[in-house]
Design a binder for this molecule. Structure first.
Ligand SMILES: NC(=O)C1=CN([C@@H]2O[C@H](COP(=O)(O)OP(=O)(O)OC[C@H]3O[C@@H](n4cnc5c(N)ncnc54)[C@H](OP(=O)(O)O)[C@@H]3O)[C@@H](O)[C@H]2O)C=CC1
Ligand SMILES: CC(C)(CO)C(=O)C(=O)O
Length: 344
């Protein structure tokens, strides 16, 4: 079973490297700079528990050419959501008929984009990555948060899960991928606040005012999801309905309970923070933007998420984006009608 990773960045290199270390043939398709670094330094994977694996340059098959998709039975897609349509064109052109395309991406619309572009020629399978991977330079990718990738349960993903075995590249199997994708999106509503804070995840999450903004964006999302009849799944230790309450809890409770249970690496940042810092477009339209879109479709408004989308778009344009906890709370939640009710 040959796997092609399309989009060899943080997630693609980490998972592809872990699968390759488990003995599955993996080919990486990505950009030249990362290919050159791997050709010089190889691929080193580490995680928060001390796990470490190294693939030497001669053990990593890396190319920038999408023709390498041709004989892959599994295509693991790990490009950002705004690159999905382009990647789908490459899969349509070079991919082998009947190949499985696994979307490892955040957001709730990538699978639909892939299905629309690729039709019945490929088997499109959703997956969800619950953990953070940071690129630390010199071909080293670090998984900074606990958790296991979940992929839709099909005969071929079951076979893949067996092949990749246990360890940080393990695949859990699930059926309710729509609920799982929305459950993950609720967690990802923190990405923008993390990016706007300019801080690490740990530093940002220790500040209650940042968490209040995240909590309010989740309350709004839950309201819109209920109106749309979508039930988000539980991702991590806290059920979706309790998430805002847990997140907005006083520092003493949140920092001593939640942050102690959920191991987060000291250096970890959200993938959106990485994008902003690198001057790349973010996935804001595919995260908070999805809440705004779904609200509109239900004849509702989502002012908290809309305000966050605006701030991230300004930051993408290079307008100052480092918001203190107090300023962000005042700016986003001012006049928000949910605020007094929930104490956010
Ligand atoms: N990083 C994380 O911790 C997590 C990320 N995710 C999700 O995983 C997905 C991938 O994120 P991440 O790994 O951080 O992204 P990265 O930007 O690190 O990696 C994607 C890589 O793919 C390259 N790329 C884009 N299009 C193509 C193409 N057609 N062919 C070859 N290479 C291409 C990009 O290059 P270029 O930039 O030049 O386009 C980039 O190098 C996102 O949806 C993200 O939200 C989910 C959980 C955690
Ligand atoms: C793992 C998590 C939730 C970390 O913020 C993430 O999905 C991301 O960075 O995109």
């Amino acid at each position: 079973m040959t796997i092609a990773i399309l989009g060899a960045g943080s997630i693609g290199c980490f998972l592809g490297g872990a699968w390759s270390a488990a003995g599955v043939p993996v080919r990486f398709i990505g950009r030249a700079p990362i290919g050159e670094t791997i050709a010089a330094d190889g691929l080193t994977l580490t995680d928060h528990s001390g796990w470490r694996v190294r693939r030497g340059p001669d053990q990593v098959e890396f190319t920038t050419n999408a023709k390498a998709l041709a004989d892959a039975e599994i295509i693991a897609l790990a490009v950002k959501s705004n690159a999905t349509a382009e990647a789908a064109k490459q899969i349509a052109r070079h991919g082998r008929k009947g190949a499985v395309v696994i979307s490892l991406q955040n957001g709730v619309s990538n699978v639909a984009t892939l299905r629309e572009a690729l039709g019945a020629r490929f088997e499109i399978v959703p997956a969800m990555v619950p953990f953070n991977v940071a690129y630390l330079g010199h071909g080293r990718f670090h998984k900074g948060v606990a958790g296991e990738v979940v992929v839709e349960d099909t005969p071929r993903t079951r076979a893949l899960a067996e092949q990749v075995g246990k360890g940080p590249g393990a695949l859990g199997l699930a059926d309710d991928m729509t609920g799982i994708a929305w459950g993950k999106l609720l967690i990802n509503l923190n990405n923008a606040v993390n990016a706007l804070s300019g801080r690490t995840l740990l530093e940002q999450l220790r500040e209650r005012d940042y968490r209040r903004v995240v909590a309010a964006s989740i309350v709004e999302a839950l309201d819109v999801l209920a109106a749309a009849g979508i039930e988000p799944a539980k991702i991590g230790p806290i059920p979706p309905q309790l998430l805002p309450h847990a997140i907005a809890a006083p520092n003493l409770i949140f920092n001593n309970l939640f942050l102690k249970v959920q191991k987060i690496d000291a250096k970890a940042r959200s993938s959106m923070a990485d994008d902003l810092r690198a001057g790349r477009p973010t996935e804001i339209d595919y995260l908070n933007g999805e809440v705004v879109r779904l609200a509109k479709a239900q004849g509702k408004r989502a002012p908290v998420n809309a305000a966050i989308v605006d701030l991230v778009k300004q930051a993408e344009l290079g307008i100052e984006h480092l918001w203190s906890p107090e300023d962000l709370r005042a700016h986003v939640l001012q006049g928000h009608k949910v605020a007094p009710v929930f104490g956010y």
